[in-house]
Design a protein around this ligand. Sequence first.
Ligand SMILES: *[C@@H]1O[C@H](CO)[C@@H](O)[C@H](O)[C@H]1NC(C)=O
Ligand SMILES: *[C@@H]1O[C@H](CO)[C@@H](O)[C@H](O)[C@H]1NC(C)=O
Ligand SMILES: *[C@@H]1O[C@H](CO)[C@@H](O)[C@H](O)[C@H]1NC(C)=O
Length: 284
Amino acid sequence: MRFLMKLLVLSCLLIVVYQYSQCTELSRASLNSDTSENSLKLQYLQAFKEKRSVSEQQLAPFNAKVGVASSNVPAYSNGNDSYYSGEDSYLYGTYMGLKWQCVEYARRWTFLRKSSVFESVEGANNMWTQLKYVERVADKKQFSLKHHPNGSPTPPTNESYLIYPINKGAPYGHVAVIVDVLPNAIRIAEQNYYFNYWTKNYSRELPVTYRNGLYYVQDISEIYGWMEIDDKKELKPLDEITARRIQMKNAPTLDSNSICSHMNVHIYLFILFLCLCFGYFMFF
Ligand SMILES: *[C@@H]1O[C@H](CO)[C@@H](O)[C@H](O)[C@H]1NC(C)=O
Ligand SMILES: *[C@@H]1O[C@H](CO)[C@@H](O)[C@H](O)[C@H]1NC(C)=O
Ligand SMILES: *[C@@H]1O[C@H](CO)[C@@H](O)[C@H](O)[C@H]1NC(C)=O
């Protein structure tokens, strides 16, 4: 009888311990997913510190923040153009691309400045032929992309994508975002083209020429043209409330987190304590 009681208490203890460990594991897992969503922010902080400690002449190592365009879209160094990190970049639980490729920058810029993303592409060069629209994340409304070949009757427009075909130095082509338009030049922001720190709020300034009624953006390599987001000024920068909403929607561990809340963890600990007390006074 005594042995049976002991066994009962022991198994009760085991169950409680098991449940408790399950719970802490789950809450740890959900915490981890939180941190992975926040890891970009941490990355930003870390990169910022790195930037301050390195002189402006030096090449930026992988993950270092090289500059910020459009007031809040940081660009990070890919280290060199042969490096493939294989690391995913997420912002508010939304996939941005691979750290720190040019397409990742273009998508993150679109997310932060236009609350939208574009679909996945094999390489930046494919954007020219494949992408027909950007999609607002909150309501999935699509806004079409207007293609303007390099050599167009209208000058390049601000906040458009500048797309490059595959060439010797760029096996996947290249994409930059036009962040400012001057009378005879454009300013662009980009990742994975050069690896130095920006001195201003853009990476490069490219001249725009006008010949035989057509506008051309000049660069050392060939350019397909620019793609304009045809949103009639409807798309707005991502605000805090929308960002939080998107993050909530993307958080898959929300349910398990609420089942095994801190409250529950404490209850298990309490039951464990009771069992121990009970066992101690009954049998020892
Ligand atoms: C870039 O910085 C300059 C000077 O601080 C500012 O006047 C300009 O508006 C900024 N441009 C963009 C596109 O943020
Ligand atoms: C490119 O950068 C990566 C990451 O910083 C580094 O491991 C690799 O050695 C670099 N490759 C070259 C050719 O510099
Ligand atoms: C281009 O757009 C940026 C915002 O993304 C703005 O700050 C800048 O003034 C615009 N430039 C022109 C020439 O409209």
